[in-house]
Ligand binder design. Structure first.
Ligand SMILES: Nc1nc2c(c(=O)[nH]1)N[C@H]1C(S)=C(S)[C@@H](COP(=O)(O)O)O[C@H]1N2
Ligand SMILES: [Mo]
Length: 338
């Protein structure tokens, strides 16, 4: 009994102090919270007000440049990406990024328009103007032609025609337009290649040595998958169809690659294309490339992010001027190195 009353007394004595303490602490943490929020808001304002460099706010751009400088130094141009046994590869790689892809492209009408060559007129595939080539599209095209891609019901792709940037913005296709839908440097796509060159077929490409390579594919959005690619080394292709050299004997510095309609395009240092793991790829998971993965020909380039690995390649142009790059002019790094 006596114990009870004592404890009740002490509770009565203690409670007001406790309540006061709680009230004080609540006020304090509310105040701290408010101050922190205000500081964050001011910080964000300053961040957003800062100048944009290549469409990116300065702090992001500096981090981006720093990362690519470091990876360039560490990896150099000759380091190899890790390779894996084919058994580690995913069975059905995830398709992503349908810009410029025409799922209804008639495979028989595919040609590789190759320009900037040394004496192309000596080759049987020579044409005076590669722009004269017309790709054909199958009017009776149905989803059936893309059965191999239809398992991805959660990521439905419009398989019936051309995917433009506008209808892609609705989905999570990457690497994705600049935040809040603004394109930092909206630029028209580069003109389609023209002039003397070659119109190569898949048979021409398949004459070159076949190479299989299982490497990790990385999208800049943060996902990756181990994929088995098959095709020819760009280097072997280059040696088979040599570019026109400069007056001093040096090689052209760049090459531009684009889709049949020219709406997705990627620019490269020739040195990166000559890396032994850069493939002109026509197989994935030991099957012919599917339309959503860029049939009939795409790049596989394990030391670059996915956005440089252009699908449904229709043209390759050697040049000395730095070519435009689709995502390079939409806030991403032109080089795209990991
Ligand atoms: N023609 C074309 N090639 C493209 C893209 C695209 O939108 N169009 N997206 C790129 C991006 S961002 C990624 S991540 C990869 C995806 O390759 P996958 O479909 O084989 O996974 O394709 C790249 N090549
Ligand atoms: Mo990507």
């Amino acid at each position: 009994m006596s114990q009870d009353s004592t404890s009740q007394d002490s509770t009565r004595l203690v409670r007001p102090t406790l309540d006061a303490e709680i009230a004080l602490r609540t006020r304090r943490s509310l105040l701290t919270g408010a101050v922190t929020l205000a500081a964050a808001a001011i910080g964000l304002r300053l961040w957003n007000r800062g100048p944009k460099i290549g469409g990116m706010y300065r702090p992001l751009r500096s981090a981006f440049n720093f990362n690519s400088a470091v990876s360039g130094k560490i990896l150099g141009k000759t380091a190899l990406a890790p390779t894996y046994p084919a058994t580690s590869a995913v069975k059905r790689p995830f398709p992503n990024g349908p810009l410029g892809l025409r799922m209804d492209l008639d495979p028989a009408s595919w040609r590789l328009q190759l320009t900037g060559l040394h004496q192309p007129q000596n080759h049987p595939a020579f044409v005076a103007d590669v722009a004269s080539w017309q790709y054909r599209y199958q009017p009776s095209f149905t989803q059936q032609a893309s059965k191999a891609d239809s398992a991805f019901d959660d990521q439905p792709l419009d398989l019936t025609g051309n995917m433009t940037e506008d209808n892609v913005k609705l989905s999570t296709i990457g690497p994705g337009p600049a935040k809040n839908g603004q394109n930092a440097n909206p630029q028209p796509p580069p003109p389609r290649p023209s002039g003397p060159g070659l119109l190569l077929t898949m048979t021409d490409l398949k004459c070159l040595p076949f190479v299989e390579q299982t490497t990790e594919f990385k999208c800049v959005e943060g996902w990756s998958q181990i994929v088995t690619y098959g095709g020819v080394r760009f280097r072997d292709f280059f040696e088979a169809y040599l570019p026109l050299c400069n007056a001093d004997g040096s090689l052209p510095r760049y090459a531009a690659l684009a889709t049949p309609d020219g709406t997705y395009y990627s620019g490269f240092e020739l040195a990166d294309l000559l890396h032994p793991q850069t493939l002109l790829c026509y197989q994935m998971s030991r099957q012919d490339l599917t339309p959503a993965h860029g049939a009939p020909l795409r790049l596989a380039m394990p030391l670059k992010y996915g956005y440089k690995q252009i699908k449904q390649i229709a043209s390759i142009t050697y040049s000395n001027t730095k070519p435009a790059d689709y995502w390079g002019s939409h806030s991403y790094d032109w080089d795209g190195g990991l």
